[in-house]
Design a binder for this molecule. Structure first.
Ligand SMILES: *Cc1c(COP(=O)(O)O)cnc(C)c1O
Length: 945
């Protein structure tokens, strides 16, 4: 019997007698016996994991607090893409600290995701408005990767050349990420001073990238340069600062085709590097190739506006080997926060904040100049460069003594970036540091008149309505209540592992020593962070059976990229750069081939047999065919079909024997932890999704962390960073990616310990098999091991009944909403099926409730199949049923309102109502509307139709 102080008893859904009942139902005497049967003997770990003893919640928090006490929280004037910001309390508490927002899934099921879809549409509208471009997506991973994605977008649109010019006044980390991404694609990165670069004389130029304002603060007018670039048929890309854009001419107005950047300073804490929402906006002509997700407006079954993901920008549709991007998990929660910052402040509030920051910068510059200190930044918004010949080091040290971090730029110059949190006292202290006194009169403007913003932005109603806290609070609540999250019911998404995101795991995120650190502070200020990160790296290395781990990749897709890049660099280091073939089973997740293409590999498909396993004969044939050029195999384990393949060891050996490396997609790690491991199985590198297996919440579609673990031979090729010992192969802006949210996984492992983690895996397998068993009498379970067991998820086949009834798997997904559930993963990896992953956190009661709903739906499908219910006008085709449809005076259906809304008794206790009827995807894609200004106009047009 577990003590109540044991976190395991909180994390695991079923303990005690419920567990016995479930074991009995599937015919096992114990969890160990089940695990012994489920996991092939040849790959089982022969020892327990070596991890610290499990801590209770208060003890783990105290331990982490002590570690973080080593951090020093100074004011950072470093800039370089990261700025201090005041997170409005109403946003902090009601979004970042609110499971209603942070435990939601990616909004694929639009009807129960209208809240975050609206917030994301606001984000897109905000970005298009501020950048002056036509379309913006619903977030990218950070500024550096957004710039790299822009490069790929430009290349896809203009496939004539292979050279990109990158201004040397871009943020250094952005330049590094672009360099990493360019190399495997054979793109030449030309860097230099944009003022002397001649686009016409650069052969093969397909794009130019500049920073606005530049990394050292200069606000330059790029319009003539962009004209020259356009004349040379190059795509123009500006990386821009959102707060500056409230006062400065929009990039779209001086000729930018694409604009990228970070929305961090719109109320998202720096968090030692992340997570924050990167953004991308582009001209209309490029929108169909834009990476990431795009929210659009469509109509629902009753003609009301309904939001949804448009152009099928969803993981299942990532364009595999034709892909130019592999983005899947993005930064939804942070995009929501940034958009709400704009909603709360409105255009005038934002301008006020920007003017204040600019005023202080002007005062600082004028005071320094008056004192004879040289400020070479002619035009600036919030950042200036100060000339201090030979004294930069001394000045930075003196600043630290006063509690300030400046940016050191060689020995002769320092950078000072002001932000929303800078006070007049801070400005006085800064002046003092440079031996100046605050001078009263600052010049009126700090940039040329032609660069002042003339156009309005955020003119839409939503940005001009909720400026009191009461109104804001209710707006947030209204949106939140439209969305189904884990605080409502289980979200049994196969492959996505929607488990408990415990409150104790989330609490440290609000500690200033976690949230307030700039990613480039001097190392002695981030000791606590470094210790936490290195402990976590060690624990993950132990769990995966690998030699080392990098936490830099900020999503699974980025982990895939980093891992394949490591393989590429390994082959190169051995003089085998010709190895470029990547074998990928046809059942793989779309990100796998997309990542392979991005590192310059050629994707070769491997068949699966009718049981869903890799067809070993076909694999051997492909190996023989490509033996000399074989680079890697990408394999998911347990397979995307939810089965522990017996042949996995043999498969890994065959790849190694041919000189290849094995990349394991670790999305299904929840079936492995403590029972087996990628290292044990024979993989060379594997990514983890900390936002799946290790409890980071999905945030409604991000953030994520996608660390990679590697075998010894790949250690030298882990991602580097200017801030790390190894500098090469930077895959995202910050050295440890989304550093702050690693505290969540740290807490999870600290509280579970080795035995708890293993038990969690066993419970995940028990829960999946219990559900498979209960449902198998109604829907066939598609793939099982020879002993009849599934791993941690199961695919149920809806197709036989679909054929008889005409009811599609999508109808079933929508009908589940009427029962208060989010559908399992739909039509992936097999069309027409549902993939259920219950996780260890759900109780038997919840599993049964879900099974009851599925069984009731089976009955409803049978009624259609038998002709008892109409083929078109039935409970499933018309699902989901909204409260206004059920309460309407008009009711012309052959079934009752009660059957529509309250098909099972538990719904009378509590009912979650979808806020719109079924959203029309085809209509939305044909009439693409991706900003919110036209919503009213759109609704008016729709009702006039
Ligand atoms: C989730 C997932 C990915 C992609 O990971 P992201 O974190 O969304 O980028 C890759 N492969 C599989 C099998 C997945 O389930």
């Amino acid at each position: 019997m577990l003590a109540h102080t044991d976190f395991r008893s909180r994390h695991l859904g079923a303990i005690g007698s419920c567990r016995e009942e479930m074991l009995n139902a599937i015919g096992y005497a114990s969890l160990d016996a089940l695990a012994d049967d489920a996991v092939p003997a040849g790959i089982r770990l022969d020892r327990e994991l070596v991890l610290p003893d499990a801590k209770g919640e208060p003890e783990a928090l105290a331990w982490l607090k002590a570690i973080f006490a080593q951090n020093k929280v100074l004011k950072s004037f470093i800039g370089q893409g990261y700025h201090g910001t005041h997170v409005p309390g109403v946003i902090l508490r009601n979004i970042l600290e609110n499971p209603g927002w942070y435990t939601a899934y990616t909004p694929y099921q639009a009807e129960i995701a209208q809240g975050r879809l609206e917030a994301l549409l606001n984000f897109q509208t905000m970005i298009t408005g501020l950048t002056g471009l036509d379309v913006a997506n619903a977030s990218l991973l950070d500024e550096g990767t957004a710039a790299a994605e822009a490069m790929s977008l430009a290349l896809a649109g203009a496939p004539k050349g292979k050279a990109i010019f990158v201004s040397d006044a871009c943020h250094p980390q952005t330049v590094e990420v672009v360099r990493t991404r360019a190399e495997p694609l054979g793109i030449e990165v030309v860097t230099g001073d944009w003022r002397t670069f001649e686009p016409a004389s650069c052969e093969g130029l397909f794009a130019v990238l500049v920073q606005y304002p530049a990394t050292c603060g200069s606000v330059w007018d790029y319009s003539a340069f962009f004209e020259k670039a356009h004349a040379a048929k190059a795509v123009t890309i500006a990386a821009a600062d959102l707060l500056a854009l409230t006062l400065l001419k929009a990039p779209g107005e001086f000729g930018a085709d694409i604009c990228v950047g970070s929305s961090q300073r719109f109320g998202v804490p720096m968090g030692f590097g992340g997570p924050h929402a990167g953004f991308m906006a582009c001209k209309d002509a490029l929108k169909r190739k834009m990476p990431g997700r795009l929210i659009g407006v469509s109509v629902d079954s009753r003609g009301k506006p309904g939001y949804r993901l448009s152009l099928q920008t969803r993981e299942q549709h990532i364009r595999r080997d034709k892909a130019t991007s592999n983005i899947c998990t993005a930064q939804v929660l942070l995009a929501v926060m940034a958009s709400m910052y704009a909603v709360y402040h409105g255009p005038e509030g934002l301008k006020h904040i920007a003017r204040e920051v600019n005023r202080k910068a002007r005062v600082l510059a004028a005071s320094l100049t008056a004192a004879g200190v040289e400020v070479p930044t002619e035009w600036f918004f919030d950042t200036i460069t100060v000339k201090v010949p030979g004294r930069a080091g001394e000045l930075c040290a003196a600043a630290v003594a006063k509690g300030f971090n400046l940016r050191s730029l060689g020995s002769d110059r320092v950078g000072v970036a002001l932000d929303e949190t800078t006070t007049d006292e801070d400005v006085a202290t800064l002046c003092e540091l440079f031996g100046a006194a605050v001078s009263g009169d600052a010049p009126a403007a700090s940039w040329g008149g032609s660069l002042s913003r003339g156009s309005a932005f955020l003119i839409q109603k939503v940005f001009n309505s909720y400026h009191s806290e009461t109104e804001m609070l209710r707006y947030l609540k209204r949106l939140e209540s439209k969305d189904l999250a884990l605080n409502e019911s289980m979200i049994p998404l196969g492959s996505c592992t929607m488990k408990l995101n415990a409150t104790s795991e989330m609490l440290p995120l609000s500690w200033p020593e976690v949230s307030s650190l700039h990613p480039f502070v001097p190392a002695d200020q981030s000791k606590g962070y470094r210790e936490m990160l290195s402990l976590l790296e060690g624990w993950l290395a132990e769990i995966t059976g690998f030699a080392a781990v990098s936490l830099q990749p900020n999503a699974g897709s980025q982990g895939e990229y980093a891992g394949l890049l490591a393989i590429r660099r390994y082959h190169q280091s051995r003089g085998e750069e010709h190895r470029h073939v990547c074998l990928i089973p046809v059942s793989a997740h779309g990100t796998n081939p997309a990542s392979a293409v991005m590192v310059g590999m050629k994707v070769v498909g491997v068949k699966c047999d009718e049981k869903g396993n890799i067809d070993v004969a076909d694999l051997r044939a492909r190996i023989d065919e490509h033996r000399d050029n074989l680079s890697a195999l990408m394999v998911t384990y347990p397979s995307t079909h939810g089965v522990f393949e017996e042949t996995i060891v043999e498969i890994c050996e065959a790849i190694h024997e041919a000189g290849g490396q094995v990349y394991m997609d670790g999305a299904n790690m929840n079936a492995q932890v403590g029972l087996t491991s990628p290292g044990r199985i024979g993989a060379d590198v594997c990514h983890l999704n900390l936002h799946k297996t290790f409890c980071i919440p999905h945030g409604g579609g991000g953030p994520g962390v996608g660390p990679i673990g590697v075998a010894p031979q790949l250690v030298p090729f882990l991602p580097g960073h200017a801030e790390l010992e190894s500098k090469e192969g930077t895959v995202c802006s910050a050295p440890w990616g989304s550093a702050s949210i690693n505290t969540i996984s740290w807490m999870y492992i600290a509280m579970m310990g080795a035995a708890g983690l293993k038990e969690a895996t066993q419970m995940a397998i028990l829960n999946a098999n219990y559900m498979a068993k209960r449902l198998s009498g109604f829907f066939p379970v598609l793939y099982t091991a020879p002993n009849g067991l599934v791993a941690h998820e199961c695919i149920i086949d809806v197709r036989p009944l679909s054929e008889k009834s005409g009811i599609t798997v999508e109808d079933v997904a929508k009908r589940l909403m009427d029962y208060g559930f989010h559908a399992p993963t739909m039509s992936w990896p097999v069309a027409g099926t549902l993939m259920i992953e219950p996780t260890e956190s759900e109780s038997k009661g919840e599993l049964d409730r879900f099974c009851d709903a599925m069984i009731a739906i089976h009955g409803e499908m049978m009624a259609v199949a038998n002709g008892e219910a109409d083929a078109n006008d039935n409970l499933l085709k018309n699902a989901p049923h909204t409260v206004d449809s059920v309460c309407s005076d008009e009711w012309n259906h052959a079934y009752t309102r009660e059957q529509a809304a309250f098909p099972l008794p538990y719904l009378r206790q509590h009912k979650f109502w979808p806020s719109v009827g079924r959203v029309d995807n085809v209509h939305g894609d044909r009439n693409l509307v991706c900003t919110c200004d036209t919503v009213e106009a759109y609704a008016a047009a729709a009702s006039a139709e």
